[in-house]
Write a protein that binds this ligand. Structure first.
Ligand code: FAD
Length: 454
């Protein structure tokens, strides 16, 4: 009898999971394992919103595996030690896991390989589980990663994609002592955003089907409409691997049409950022393309931004959506990140850290590389572009309903006037419990231009 440990990380699903399938193909019995990794639990990445979503997802995975004859084993401690211990307890010949891209994930894989090999256990890594096109599969001549999205996407689109795998019907498992329920319950600590989405594969699949059936066709025209809220909201399910990006792209392609095409292009950004970070793991802290920035220090400005009290309604609405839902619309992310890095001229790392505190889809590659993109230190080919906050608001929230939804102080202001409360008559403005703008936009524009030598 051969045995393989399936080490789940952020691939928390039974459908279209090549890692699970590889373990089943190579061994007679499997041991599904999740380790509550002390290194992650002790880090800034372990925050209540994502912990709650993870708890939902693990509970759901535990149920899905149990229905198929296997239980999820949940251990807590140093990842390498726990995996080696479980391999020993189950007399496994191999451990199978999904490849990932951050510096930590790369070091984890190397350490695990060394520790397992010392015990005569093989580590098999499946790189196509978390991504449609894995990092390193598309490279330029003489380089290790693609630096610009459009040429990357052209090649991404042409690359053949593996077949979607069904969920296994039954699993032959080794039963080890597990207190999965208690370990999972222990993750539900801390205060979460009041309107946090529920995690798990079942919920993710329900949303994916509904999105492809009813939402995707309107995506091309509607994805930037803040009040319309017409994006998929699938990002946390993709981040935790409750959904397979390959299956999602296949379903979208089957649906076809301009909405589906625009959507698939957006999903490709995920792979693009992943391959950048895989090649440049230092970009999580260091500027990918340094621009000589000497960022301002402004604790009050930073605090006003975090609290959604900058006096710029579109910025404040985005920041309050983040606090309320643990999620923010992409257009709002672009606007608030732009405001922090270019209008206030504060370091993108401060903004990225706040996003990681709250975002349920908070992801090292996507968060870091998007922040760098907006700050102009990343892969944007126009690094000094400068948004006008009011024009952004008028273009992407013409009715003002997005602002009214998240900024209750401004609910009484009708129509587009909600975007420029500073233009309201003095007596009307005095009745609003809403702050003055914390910075003059003309001054901010000039400051940024000078800082970038323009
Ligand atoms: C400053 C900033 C920080 C961000 N941080 C994160 C993050 O931590 N995690 C995260 O998943 N996304 C991040 N994004 C990207 C994007 O905003 C979200 O993926 C998107 O808003 C999620 O909503 P959705 O699922 O409805 O997206 P949809 O518009 O429905 O897109 C479908 C999927 O494509 C992927 N995608 C879309 N846009 C991007 C993008 N620009 N970069 C990478 N992948 C993308 C996501 O997986 C998304 O779920 C960030 C963007 C900015 C500007």
């Amino acid at each position: 009898m051969t045995t393989a440990v399936v080490l789940f990380t952020r691939d928390l699903r039974v459908h279209d999971n090549p890692t699970l399938r590889a373990a089943m193909d190579r061994a007679d019995r499997v041991v599904p394992l999740f380790v509550l990794d002390r290194r992650i639990l002790d880090s800034d990445y372990f925050r209540p919103n994502r912990a709650a979503f993870l708890a939902d997802s693990l509970a759901d995975l535990h149920d899905a595996l149990s229905e198929r004859g296997a239980k999820l084993l949940v251990r807590r401690g140093r990842l390498t030690d726990e995996v080696v211990r479980v391999a020993r307890e189950s007399s496994a010949d191999a451990v199978v896991m999904s490849g990932d891209v951050s510096g930590y994930a790369q070091r984890r894989e190397a350490a695990l390989r060394e520790a397992l090999e010392a015990q005569g256990v093989e580590l098999q890594v499946c790189r196509e589980t978390n991504f449609v096109v894995p990092a390193g599969a598309i490279t330029p001549d003489g380089g290790d990663h693609m630096r610009v999205f459009t040429p990357y996407f052209r090649r991404w689109e042409d690359r053949p994609v593996r077949d979607v795998l069904g969920a296994p019907r039954t699993l032959e498992a080794v039963s080890l002592k597990s207190a999965a329920d208690d370990a999972i319950a222990g993750l539900r600590l801390g205060t979460t955003s009041p309107k946090l989405a529920r995690g798990g594969e079942q919920e993710g699949r329900r949303r994916m089907r509904e999105w492809v059936r009813e939402g995707i066709d309107a995506y091309e025209d509607g994805h930037d409409d803040l009040a319309g809220d017409q994006t998929s909201r699938l990002s946390p399910y993709l981040h935790f691997g409750c959904l397979s990006p390959v299956e999602l792209v296949q379903l979208a392609r089957e649906r076809g049409g301009p909405g589906a095409e625009a959507f698939v292009r957006q999903v490709a950004w995920r792979d693009f950022h992943a391959q950048v970070l895989a090649a440049r793991p230092d970009a999580v802290r260091a500027d990918y393309r340094p621009r000589g920035d000497r960022w301002q220090r402004d604790d009050d400005g930073l605090e006003a931004w975090r609290a959604g009290r900058t006096g710029f309604p579109i910025v404040d609405a985005g920041m309050r959506q983040l606090a309320e839902e643990g999620w923010m619309h992409n257009r709002a992310r672009l606007i608030v990140a732009h405001f922090l890095t270019k209008t206030l001229y504060l370091d993108w790392r401060l903004g990225a850290a706040h996003f990681i505190d709250l975002l349920v889809d908070g992801d090292v590659a996507n968060n870091t590389m998007n922040w760098q993109w907006v700050a102009g230190t990343g892969t944007d080919t126009r690094p000094n572009r400068m948004y006008n906050m009011t024009l952004q608001a008028q273009r992407h929230d013409p009715s003002g309903d997005y602002v009214r939804r998240y900024v209750p102080e401004l609910r009484g202001v009708a129509g587009g006037a909600v975007h420029e409360p500073w233009k309201l008559p003095e007596d009307e403005r005095a009745t609003l419990d809403y702050p003055e703008r914390i910075v003059d936009p003309d001054f901010a524009r000039e400051r940024f231009r000078r800082a970038r030598g323009k």
